[in-house]
Design a protein around this ligand. Structure first.
Ligand code: GLC
Length: 751
């Protein structure tokens, strides 16, 4: 292909912008809208009894059997009829939700409609790639695409409110819920949190294709010690505000309608009873006007935490700390009346919580249109939705390694072997797949067969996802020997990810590594495709594999998306949103670490390292290859000196970065901008991401990406409990490149 005409295109990269400014604008807009709904809510509130008020703060699960002997649905209907229920989760279907809604609206005294919540995490009928995969696209539009399809499908099935986006920053691949978030970086997670919130909510929550969002889990859930779910989190105020809170602040600034409290303690105080986080930060400092829902029985679990005496005490602590609605446990609706009478909860706090819930119901249009149109119900994944999921899946994949250009598979294909436990497995939805998991995902074998045309495609499972039986490896080896190239599809079952799914060993389960090594011993070309919900330790077989494609759990169209990348219909452009460790023993390992007083030095035995591991991750945050090559050039600064005062006043520093596609095919590169404040009153990470832009360039094309850094980027939160954001004078190094290591460095001096 001849060199394309060099063109200069300048793209202004998103962000670097001030969340505060966005926040203020959105806050004002939301406040205006809320004043309309607020007056309706206050009017209704004045007519409610104490029982009805407490009822609005109660959410129960449908089809659950949490009560003694089950039979939960009868209890749900009874409370709805009595006007003692505010919300129900885990019910869907237009007819089902309408039937329950009619009881609340037409049989209770005040006819207050219920709000129906559901975990639509990455798809309702049409499962999209898991959120961690979406983050790997470094393109928030991927998350918006998921949210728009999900909201449309969910709302048409009677769901008003999704418990998403999950935005827990984490450095813990052992934690099964790493699959649900956007990885280890707060800036990337904040971008995805804000955009996905907007994608679910749109500009009118009453619209038939929108749902209320829920920023979860507030807060620092991803910091669980040992990566063991629900475990203790002890965190400094500065780490809380610099690492865990930014995605939530961005989601609130984007207008998130609700926030969900987290199960974990935050420095000794459970998330459900933490007035510092729920009231001081979220409601007072951020002026959050929506409502806080507890997590599933999270209020009552404060007893087990050793924070509440009993149910009544748990209810008191939760409401007073800032929880507005209780999920499934019933401590507040059971004991609220006695707590009020004893003056242990404040009636104004109760009214405030009820008003927050009612305001959202008005915003959703539930009083005006409480029922969903059963004729408009979307019954399953439609082709356009599948196409969107397929595109999202391919765009989220990360090419980790590609020696000798094994990929893309080249025509004429001759013969291809597709082997491994996930080669012909429909288990590609990932965790929290919702109702969509009843539709089998397109398998890799199906995708390869559809793309390979006349080629001979052989299949052999080889081994199971788990277990020690390697007796099938010979059949897979035979298929590889008989074929020109082999695709080895390995990874984790979907149920290895998600809630209460922590792993102590993050290697490929079972004898999958043995399968890879056996295929390598044939000497024939092959590529490994990983389908997994977390970073894995893959060093044991990595050297034996010439090419490795990280496909994550790619969703309902997974096999087609993987084939699109394997055959080059899509040139992979994703990057790692989380570091890949060499071993679990190396955790936590992440790019945005402190330097320490004794940073690793190969010439200094008294520096920070492991005796039995090379230093650094297997693959760093931001890593990802392409089928072409790129050059990210030296950045140019609009200025290399700027005063703190000017930055506080809204001043910016422009950074212009040239990027060239130096290869022979079109492709995507993610230009990344990192910042390091060399000397600060709180030690700063050696790098922190403060800008990224995914660009598509034709072969030979050159472009320029521009970033505008603001005070928000240069500053940081201190350990002051009331919250203190500072920008300090001194030298700040900027790094630009296509991952979190290396790159070009320039320095800005803050005066
Ligand atoms: C679960 C999860 C939360 C989910 C909720 C409702 O325990 O922690 O993320 O939204 O319960 O299913």
């Amino acid at each position: 292909m001849g060199k394309a005409e060099l063109t200069r295109r300048t793209m202004l990269a998103g962000m670097g912008g001030s969340v505060a400014a966005t926040f203020a604008a959105t806050g004002i807009a939301a406040a205006a809208e809320d004043s309309v709904h607020d007056s309706r809510a206050q009017d209704l509130l004045r007519r409610m009894t104490t029982e009805e008020k407490l009822g609005q703060l109660q959410q129960l699960t449908w089809n659950g059997d949490t009560g003694p002997g089950g039979g939960q649905n009868a209890e749900v209907e009874r409370r709805a009829r009595d006007g003692r229920l505010g919300s129900v989760l885990n019910i869907y279907g237009a007819a089902n939700t309408n039937a329950l809604q009619r009881i609340a609206v037409e049989e209770s005294r005040l006819g207050i409609p219920l709000i129906f919540g559901f975990d639509i995490i990455h798809g309702f009928w049409t499962t999209f790639p898991i959120p961690l995969a979406q983050a790997a696209s470094f393109d928030p539009a991927v998350a918006v695409s998921d949210a728009a399809v999900s909201a449309k499908e969910g709302r048409s099935n009677g769901v008003h409110w999704t418990f998403a986006p999950m935005m827990d920053v984490t450095r813990e691949p052992r934690w099964g819920r790493i699959a649900e978030g956007s990885g280890e970086d707060p800036y990337l997670a904040a971008r995805f949190a804000a955009e996905k919130t907007r994608g679910y909510q749109g500009s009118d929550l009453a619209a038939a294709d929108r749902v209320a969002a829920c920023a979860k889990h507030f807060v620092a859930y991803g910091g669980a010690e040992g990566g063991r779910d629900y475990n203790t989190v002890d965190v400094s105020e500065s780490r809380l505000r610099n690492l865990y809170l930014p995605p939530f602040q961005a989601a609130v600034a984007a207008g998130a309608a609700t926030v969900m409290a987290s199960f974990n303690t935050v420095s000794g105080v459970p998330g459900h009873g933490n007035a510092h986080t729920l009231t001081e930060i979220l409601k007072r400092q951020w002026r959050f006007g929506g409502f806080v829902v507890g997590d599933y029985t999270g209020v009552r679990e404060m007893i087990k935490h050793g924070f509440a005496e009993d149910d009544a005490d748990a209810a008191r602590l939760a409401l007073n700390a800032g929880v507005d609605m209780e999920m499934v446990s019933t401590t507040l609706s059971d004991h609220g009346r006695e707590l009020l009478a004893a003056g242990r909860i404040n009636p104004r706090r109760l009214d405030d919580a009820v008003a927050r819930v009612l305001r959202l119901k008005f915003r959703l249009g539930l009083f005006d249109r409480p029922y969903v149109d059963e004729k408009a119900e979307i019954p399953g994944p439609a082709d356009p939705a599948r196409a969107a999921s397929r595109a999202a899946g391919a765009r989220s994949m990360v090419l980790l390694k590609n020696d000798r250009a094994v990929l893309p598979l080249r025509r004429p294909f001759g013969s291809i072997a597709v082997v491994g436990p996930f080669a012909d497995s429909p288990d590609l939805h990932g965790t929290w797949a919702g109702p969509g998991k009843k539709f089998p995902a397109v398998t890799v074998l199906q995708g390869v067969r559809a793309a390979a045309g006349q080629a001979v495609v052989r299949h052999a499972r080889g081994v199971d996802p788990e277990g020690k039986d390697g007796s099938g490896i010979g059949e897979a080896v035979a298929a590889a020997r008989a074929s020109d190239v082999t695709v080895v599809v390995v990874g984790e079952p979907s149920n290895f990810s998600g809630e209460a799914k922590s792993r102590s060993d993050i290697g490929l389960p079972g004898v999958q590594p043995e399968l890879i090594r056996a295929i390598a011993r044939t000497g024939k070309p092959f590529a490994v495709v990983l389908v997994n919900g977390r970073p894995l330790s893959i060093g044991g077989w990595l050297d034996a594999a010439p090419a490795v494609l990280e496909a994550w759990h790619p969703g309902i169209e997974g096999g087609n998306a993987i084939a699109d990348v394997l055959f080059g219909a899509v040139n992979p452009g994703g990057k790692l949103p989380v570091s890949f460790p060499r071993a679990a023993g190396q955790l936590p390992i992440h790019y945005n670490h402190e330097n320490t007083g004794r940073p690793y030095d190969p010439n200094d035995p008294y520096s920070s390292y492991y005796l039995d591991l090379p230093n650094g991750p297997q693959f760093p945050f931001g890593h990802g290859l392409s089928y072409t090559t790129f050059d990210v050039g030296a950045p140019a600064l609009g200025r290399d000196r700027v005063s703190v005062r000017e930055l506080r006043g809204g001043g910016t520093v422009e950074v212009r970065v040239p990027v060239t596609n130096t290869g022979d095919r079109d492709g995507d590169e993610v230009v990344q901008l990192y910042l390091h404040d060399r000397v600060a009153s709180i030690v700063q990470p050696v790098r922190k991401l403060r800008g990224f832009q995914r660009v598509t360039l034709r072969a030979g094309e050159r472009a320029e990406v521009r970033f505008a850094l603001t005070g928000e980027d240069f500053g940081f939160w201190t350990n002051r409990p009331e919250g203190e954001f500072v920008i300090e004078p001194g030298a700040v190094d900027l790094y630009v490149g296509n991952n979190s290591e290396g790159g070009h460095k320039v320095t800005v001096t803050l005066t």
